[in-house]
Structure formats: C-alpha cells, structure tokens
Design a protein around this ligand. Structure first.
Ligand code: BGC
Length: 257
C-alpha cells in the first residue's frame, strides 16, 4: 500500500484486547473508519514485545506513519502501565508508549490509553454521551469491567470502577460479562448483579447518565430494561469501533492535529 502520512484530520487507532488486536485509520472529525478494520490475534503470552510486533505489523500493512493511538486494558499513567488485571503481569511498570514507539522503525509516536477511557472519549464525541452535560459514567462489560468518568465531555482518566468491592468481591469478578458466560447465567440473573454493582456506583457518583458498553451492549435490549436505577442508562453506540475511534482521537489531539 502507498505510504500514508495521515496529515489532516486522520489518525490510526488500535484496540488491544485479550483475544484480538484491531486497527484502522480514522477520520477524527467524523469518528468514522476510513479503512476496514484489520484484526490480528493477540499473541500468547501477550508480553509487551510480542504485542509491539503486532502494532508494527498493523502500521506497516496500512503504510501508516502519522499519529497512532492504542488502547490497553490496564491503568496507563503518562504512557506507563500501572496494573495488569487481565493481561500478562510483565506489563506492570512498562512504558508502553515508549515500547511501541521504539518498535516502529520510523520512530512513529504511539500514545497509549486505557481501553474504557478510549471508549468514553469516543462515546462523548460521537455516541451515546454526545452533548450530554454533567457527569457521565461509561462502564464496559467484557472480560473485566472498565470505566470512564466524563464531566461535560472531558475525561478523568484511569477510574477503574470495575475494581470496587461488591459483596466482598472484586466487582468485575461478580458482574463482568465473562462471568455470565462462564457460569452460563441467564440475563435476568446477571442483570441483578449488574444492578447491584451499578447502584453502588450510582450512590458514590450520582451520575447524570450511565453508558453501558462492551460486547454485551449489542444485546442491551435483553438486560438494560431489567435495571432498576435512578440514573438513565443508554447502550454505547459505537460498539466494536469505540476503542479504535477513541484511541485515534487521543493521538490526534495529543499531536495538536
Ligand atoms: C482493568 C481495566 C480495564 C477493564 C476493561 C479491568 O480489569 O483493570 O483497566 O479498563 O478491565 O478491560
């Protein structure tokens, strides 16, 4: 493919998950994908070097050397991973920005942010939280529970509300979508747990809106109506693309594009 420098208004977004790593070029002004998504299986073990190789592969297949943003399912403070709940423990303390940037032979700068935070940015700009004033909490239900806290569309990064304590357990071990799959739970049973969890978050933050994302948001009609909360709940709208779009926005804005 011809070299794409991605000048005006475009960035490459990468969504790093436990099973797959997806990437595409994004038009940052409209939040739409300019190229189809490319998906590569996450290497096992998913060590920093192995994942960096996949990042480089995605960029070279796209011929991309413009801004690059990548999501990662852990606390990322100024580019450094500070936790590893559902990923290889070798990530803790890794400067992920530097590791990915160094892996690109051209020194293309890669910026990394928490996966739920990226989804929050994307939903605030182009999805269910667009134009919503006040406090919005996005919760993603997948292997774990991710969270993004937004105030008038501005993100407060690394909230990690999936690790609140619920019934004496780490909340994501009780109410993540993976728990429903593993225990073969009905949506009714699982929604009760999600309701307990979200009531707890509601008591702590009194948000104006909850946005619920992750793979289960495509089945939102099966469980969101079962929730009994004072706060309105909207399913995420960008679905599969939220991470890619949010990462691309973060990269473009960091570079002042
Ligand atoms: C991690 C978060 C992540 C969430 C969703 C949690 O286990 O601690 O950083 O956002 O999973 O992937």
């Amino acid at each position: 493919m011809a070299q794409q420098h991605g000048g005006s208004g475009q960035a490459y977004g990468i969504d790093i998950g436990g099973t797959g790593i997806k990437g595409a070029i994004v038009d940052v002004a409209s939040g739409t994908l300019v190229t189809p998504r490319t998906r590569i299986l996450t290497p096992q073990p998913s060590t920093p070097d192995a994942v960096a190789e996949v990042v480089v592969k995605l960029l070279s297949e796209a011929g991309w050397s413009g801004p690059v943003g990548a999501t990662f399912p852990a606390v990322i403070q100024h580019g450094v991973a500070k936790s590893a709940a559902n990923v290889d423990k070798s990530w803790i303390g890794t400067d992920v920005d530097r590791c990915f940037t160094a892996a690109t032979s051209s020194g293309t700068e890669v910026i990394v942010l928490n996966d739920a935070d990226a989804a929050g940015i994307a939903e605030a700009r182009f999805g269910a939280a667009r134009g919503v004033a006040g406090v919005v909490i996005l919760l993603t239900f997948g292997t774990g529970i991710g969270s993004a806290l937004l105030m008038d569309g501005m993100l407060v990064p690394n909230t990690e509300l999936g690790h609140l304590e619920l019934d004496g357990h780490d909340a994501e071990k009780r109410a993540a979508a993976s728990v429903r799959d593993e225990d073969d739970m009905s949506y009714e049973t699982w929604a009760k747990r999600v309701n307990d969890y979200m009531s707890h978050v509601e008591r702590l933050f009194t948000p104006d809106l909850f946005v619920v994302g992750g793979g289960v948001s495509k089945d939102a009609d099966k469980w969101v109506p079962l929730l009994r909360l004072s706060t309105p709940v909207k399913p995420a709208e960008l679905q599969n693309d939220a991470g890619i779009v949010g990462a691309a926005i973060a990269a473009a804005e960091r570079r002042g594009e």
